[in-house]
Design a protein around this ligand. Structure first.
Ligand SMILES: *Cc1c(COP(=O)(O)O)cnc(C)c1O
Length: 395
């Protein structure tokens, strides 16, 4: 290949254009060239903005971070290669050996694993407590407690954390409150406005919304903490791919519409499920029969979430018949896709628990979690009615 400068390999000249693209260009470049060592000094010393090496930052990540900052009311947030990379940046980037952290007892599975296995191995002690019960969290506090990590709505039983109580407790003790806002999203709640110090996201889920991207995001109210997490994520190589960021940006453009639509459909589906013979109970935070409905209204306002859980009568045979008959819905272990997905905790996220442990959480063989997608409510209602009927025939 010869370019305009003869036999040189780079740079390939871009065609001139007096107009500019509407869509953010994808910048896969790993490395960025500078004019002179002086210019590089200016960049490293922060006198001018520029990129050097994409593990340290790149334009597509910055575009996504800026959008999320605006959504969460944050500043200078960090985009990471996965949601777990964001959780790791908080727990491993901010805590030291000898510290203690309290986690919600129904955190995301891998976050729980980090609390139970990895942090203790590194000398960080952990306690799990019910985030809906501030007194239980208070009782778990120690002198060396540095942080509380919770999710606003728990998976898969959709219980709502006492965020106001936890924020007051964290402020009283001068410790950090970190909130994983993946399920609820900034459309329903902005944790930093409710006293949280740190907000965490898996962008893989609703925010990107198409199940084709794995990314995370984290931001702290204190810029010094955000900076520590940024440096930790760079050093440990939690860097996001430019293409994933580009896809995430595209997903974010339609996020508000997708969220409003799916949470409206989720409300209708929850009410419909409750009328079906063979459905023992329905869990949806905005329903009148939900144990945390007042707290849900208080924290989430008119917005609920796109997740509905319910319990079928009958055991594994009914569950098998249900997923087989749920035509057109994916039985798949994720949430927040454009299409409706079903998950069955007993055979997936909670399979490592004993039957009594699962029963204590209310997770029988008939328990399903539904991540409602963009199908119209009428279609979904009829698919669920047919699938529940098929399950009852099989049990
Ligand atoms: C999925 C998820 C994570 C982890 O995100 P990944 O992008 O899969 O690494 C963390 N927290 C919650 C609440 C999640 O649902």
């Amino acid at each position: 290949m010869r370019n305009a400068k003869g036999s040189l390999i780079r740079p390939t000249p871009l065609p001139e254009s007096a107009s500019h693209p509407v869509v953010t260009p994808l910048s896969p470049s790993v490395v960025y060239a500078s004019e002179t060592p002086d210019a590089l000094d200016d960049q490293y010393e922060g006198r001018v903005h520029g990129y050097t090496y994409s593990r340290e930052g790149h334009p597509n990540a910055d575009v996504v971070a800026a959008r999320l900052d605006a959504m969460e009311g944050a500043n200078g947030g960090v985009v990471t290669g996965s949601g777990m990379a964001a959780v790791s940046s908080v727990l491993l980037g901010l805590l030291d050996s000898g510290d203690h952290v309290i986690g919600g007892n129904q955190l995301y599975g891998r976050s729980l694993r980090m609390m139970k296995e990895d942090l203790p191995r590194l000398g960080i002690s952990t306690t799990l407590a019910d985030p809906g019960d501030v007194e239980a969290v208070r009782a778990a506090l120690r002198l060396e407690t540095k942080m509380i990590l919770v999710e606003v709505v728990s998976n898969p039983t959709l219980r709502v954390a006492d965020l106001k109580g936890l924020a007051a407790l964290a402020a009283e003790r001068g410790i950090l409150l970190a909130v994983d806002n993946t399920f609820t999203t900034p459309r329903a709640i902005r944790p930093l406005e409710h006293g949280a110090d740190i907000v965490i996201h898996s962008l893989t889920k609703l925010l990107s919304g198409h199940s084709d991207v794995m990314l995370g995001y984290v931001a702290a109210r204190d810029p010094a903490l955000t900076e520590r997490m940024r440096i930790f994520s760079i050093t440990t190589g939690m860097t996001p791919s430019p293409f994933d960021c580009w896809l995430a940006e595209r997903g974010l453009l339609s996020f508000d519409l997708r969220f409003d639509r799916t949470q409206e459909t989720a409300t209708a589906l929850a009410d419909h499920l409750a009328t079906l013979p063979g459905v023992k109970r329905v869990l949806y935070p905005m329903r009148q029969d939900h144990p945390d409905r007042f707290r849900a209204r208080d924290l989430l306002g008119e917005q609920g979430c796109n997740m509905v859980s319910f319990e079928l009568e009958g055991g594994r045979a009914a569950a098998n018949a249900f997923t087989r008959a749920a035509d057109g819905l994916s039985f798949a272990p994720t949430l927040g896709d454009v299409g409706t997905t079903l998950s069955h905790p007993a055979s997936s996220s909670h399979r490592g628990l004993t039957v009594p442990e699962r029963e204590a959480l209310g997770l029988s063989e008939g328990f399903f979690r539904v991540s409602v997608g963009l199908e119209d409510a009428g279609t979904l209602k009829s698919i669920f009615a047919d699938a529940v009927a098929a399950a009852m025939e099989a049990s």
